[in-house]
Design a protein around this ligand. Structure first.
Ligand code: SF4
Length: 326
């Protein structure tokens, strides 16, 4: 393993100073330590932020939720407000990783986690994300689990997070603190599609720290949930997934929030599906017609053509689960 220094930040200022000097933030360490052991990542300096006061879930003034970056996945999933206001978030977290990992991993780290593309983790393979300009072994290799949406000629890897799909659907905001102060970035702009620079994965400036994720207030009643389809029922990444939230009043859908995972280079918001739903009355025919739009723009690879239909079926099924049938 590449040698590195380790500092535990005692306050936010100390963390930011170390981050500005190029230190990598670490909290639960469930992704970064793995990648360091595999020599995929080789930071010179680690800054442990696990002692910072970013570990609370709070209701915002407008009735949304703010989840601190250091809240663990298990704590967020079990939190009463998360469960009652946004079950889609709890469900996405509970379907992620293992209980041991959920006890260690944080919300901030979860959305920063790197792809599970096997070529990315194999340092002998060509990978533009790990080694810019080297090529992409997945394009001609085994690409069954790779993306069909948001891909480029440089990279076709999926983003692995489940809860990020829920955040994308709910149009959350990422709260950041950096040398120039605080700022907010819409969640759907925070994770970057690969384009020609797949090594750049988030809209973070040098030294910036994620302080939390804010979910906006949404009209009530709101029904929501997360469906994950995978090769085995436990401890596995999504082949496809769907996060759905619906506000139905007077028999018609007034708000629809839909995003999908396992298929995009980033969590994939589906505005065409949402637009198809709003104003309509829930029905089997509506779910089926809306879900047809889920794979608009898909560019399947040699081994993942099955994801086009699987994605439509996943969205249709989750619309039915959340919206019911008439
Ligand atoms: Fe690397 Fe992306 Fe290609 Fe995987 S898909 S090998 S992460 S460039």
């Amino acid at each position: 393993m590449h040698p590195f220094t380790y500092t535990k930040a005692s306050d936010t200022r100390e963390a930011l100073n170390a981050g500005r000097r190029g230190g990598r933030y670490i909290a639960g360490g469930t992704t970064l330590v793995d990648l360091m052991r595999e020599t995929v990542e080789h930071p010179d300096a680690l800054v442990d932020i696990s002692g910072l006061p970013l570990d609370e879930v709070t209701v915002t003034e407008r009735g949304g939720l703010r989840i601190g970056a250091l809240v663990t996945m298990a704590e967020a999933a079990a939190h009463r407000k998360v469960r009652t206001l946004f079950p889609v978030v709890s469900e996405a977290l509970e379907l992620s990783a293992s209980a041991q990992l959920r006890n260690m991993a944080t919300i901030g780290g979860n959305i920063m986690q790197r792809t599970r593309c096997t070529y990315f983790r194999d340092v002998t393979a060509d990978c533009n994300r790990r080694d810019p300009g080297s090529g992409c072994a997945a394009l001609e290799g085994v690409n069954r689990t790779h993306a069909i949406l948001g891909t480029s000629d440089s990279c076709v890897a999926t983003h692995p997070s489940d809860v990020a799909v829920a955040f994308a659907a709910l149009e959350a905001t990422v709260r950041l603190l950096g040398p120039d102060g605080e700022r907010s970035v819409p969640f759907n702009d925070f994770l970057l599609k690969p384009g020609s620079t797949p090594q750049r994965e988030q809209a973070l400036r040098r030294g910036e720290l994620i302080t939390g994720v804010e979910i906006p207030a949404l009209p009530r009643p709101l029904k929501s949930g997360y469906l994950k389809v995978r090769d085995r029922q436990s401890y596995e990444f999504a082949l496809t997934s769907a996060a759905v939230a619906l506000h139905v009043r007077g028999g018609a859908i007034r708000e629809a929030k839909v995003a999908v995972g396992g298929v995009g280079t980033v969590p994939w918001k589906l505005p065409a599906v949402e637009e198809h739903l709003v104003g309509e009355r829930p029905s089997e025919a509506l779910w089926a017609a809306a879900a047809q739009k889920a794979s608009d723009g898909a560019r399947p690879l040699t081994h993942n053509r099955f994801k086009v239909e699987l994605l439509q079926r996943t969205v249709e099924r989750q619309l039915r689960i959340v919206g019911g049938t008439k």
